[in-house]
Design a protein around this ligand. Sequence first.
Ligand SMILES: Cc1cc2nc3c(=O)[nH]c(=O)nc-3n(C[C@H](O)[C@H](O)[C@H](O)COP(=O)(O)OP(=O)(O)OC[C@H]3O[C@@H](n4cnc5c(N)ncnc54)[C@H](O)[C@@H]3O)c2cc1C
Length: 317
Amino acid sequence: MSIDANARRWLSDLSFGRVRYDEQMSRHTSFCVGGPAEAFVEPKTSDELSALVAGLAERKIPYQVVGGGTNLIVTDAGISGVVICLKPCMSEILIENTSDFQARVTVMAGTSLRLLCSHVIRRGLKGMNFALGIPGTVGGAIRMNAGTALGWISDVLESITVLYPSGLQETIGGNALCFSYRKLLLPRLTCGESLLQQTIIVSGSFSLVRTSSKDMKQEAREILRNRKRRQPAMSPSAGCIFKNPVVGKTAGELIDLCGLKGLKIGGAEVSEKHANFIVNTGSAVAADILSLMDSVRKTVFERFNVNLEQEVIVIGN
Ligand SMILES: Cc1cc2nc3c(=O)[nH]c(=O)nc-3n(C[C@H](O)[C@H](O)[C@H](O)COP(=O)(O)OP(=O)(O)OC[C@H]3O[C@@H](n4cnc5c(N)ncnc54)[C@H](O)[C@@H]3O)c2cc1C
């Protein structure tokens, strides 16, 4: 336990009583697994978020930010400290015309990526269609450099505003950000992964191009149809479990060639539809998914000498 009675009083006052203790994280992850968060807070505004983060840092209470929980496995033992969830709040989209052909779209981190995509399509702004069908929030998508074969979020990102543990905010231009496959490194923070975990993305600005909304709608329908055909959308999952190796076959192809589709541990199963998805068949706990991941990784290594790197983020005790 890292939150004593004094800290509980402070948290309740600050968050106007909206803090929840021992909140099951299975309610906040798309995998529907994960034990309790010691405390769970959903700040309503960016000022409330700043005060929360500065107070937690001052009291040396660990915290962890989550968005839609769509790329997360939270362990069954749960999370010590405070989970800050931006998903249901901090959702706002602002569009400014920067020329006759271009617009800057500034989006609060808690906004769902789905909402952003449909919003810009309706306004004839092109550039986000690659993200159609990716669940989660804009903050999570920036942190994960979310993308598909059609593009990555870093392709259209102009700048981000971050909140440091000190409570200070800073806007960083896209050129100063270092993105790689499913990863963002902030310029000052290349020294430590733990500091990156403590830095919260508050908003992102995207540079999009004006075009015909009708053409985009047609393209959007095709992209979504394609995803539905290839992915097990109806079962709880966290999308692709492993990153694709830099060269050669994709992670899904390697897993499929090992004959692992349908392999089950407890309630976790390698999807029959897409071998790089693990699905929760209904009764999975985080330990089932983690064991299945180990088993898949081991089999692929033994057969192909390829070490699969996990794409999904694992947090918790
Ligand atoms: C069915 C399905 C399909 C998917 N398809 C794709 C796909 O095609 N391409 C793809 O890239 N991903 C895909 N994903 C994975 C996932 O949706 C993306 O990675 C998504 O961008 C994660 O966003 P989130 O808000 O859910 O982040 P979370 O899962 O909540 O968090 C992910 C990481 O980001 C951090 N984080 C979240 N918000 C912030 C913030 N505001 N500031 C700082 N750090 C933050 C968290 O601490 C964590 O480390 C899929 C997932 C599912 C379930």
